[in-house]
Design a binder for this molecule. Structure first.
Ligand code: GDP
Ligand code: MG
Length: 151
């Protein structure tokens, strides 16, 4: 079993496709481990995409990521990182195959509506950045879920 970090970016949240994206992960067989709606600040956006800081589009990228709420999620399953990347599709929606999330919901690389970690190491780093507390097996809204809190 492996975990990966997936995030519906601000354009996906604004367009109301969080549910459609969650549905694809559930249909594929992933298990949702944690989910939260949040606003990313500039420091977190820059840290998340630190490997791209020398790219000419870095300013546009962190501006995009901080332009509205995002939906941060942890999904679990066998080969979760690679399976999530294939569901999401290629970075540039022009090249993303129909049937993939980016292929079906996006047209421009500057607004490709969803993020997925690119390696198990990236997944661990990104989960640590976005979900700072220790995660139990079952979580709800990013908080420990148990009988007591359900009452
Ligand atoms: P990903 O792992 O498929 O998301 O792709 P990368 O890690 O290479 O890039 C991270 C994100 O940067 C992409 O998902 C896009 O949102 C954004 N991005 C990549 N290339 C460009 C570009 O040429 N212009 C702009 N504005 N954004 C880009
Ligand atoms: Mg990437």
């Amino acid at each position: 079993m492996e975990r990966t970090f997936v995030m519906v970016k601000p354009d996906g949240v604004k367009r109301g496709v969080i549910g459609s994206i969650i549905n694809r992960f559930e249909q594929k067989g992933f298990a949702l481990m944690a989910i939260k709606l949040m606003q990313i600040d500039l420091a977190l956006a820059e840290e998340h995409y630190r490997d791209l800081r020398t790219k000419p589009f870095f300013g546009e990228l962190v501006g995009y990521l901080t332009s509205g709420s995002v939906c941060a999620m942890i999904w679990e399953g066998p080969n979760a990182v690679a399976n999530a990347r294939s569901l999401i599709g290629k970075t540039n929606p022009v090249e993303a195959a129909p049937g993939t999330i980016r292929g079906d919901y996006a047209m421009d690389v500057a607004g490709n509506i969803v993020h997925g970690s690119d390696s198990p190491e990236s997944a661990a780093r990104e989960i640590g950045l976005f979900f700072t507390q220790e995660l139990p097996i079952t979580t709800f809204m990013g908080f420990p879920y148990n009988e007591q809190s359900a009452e």
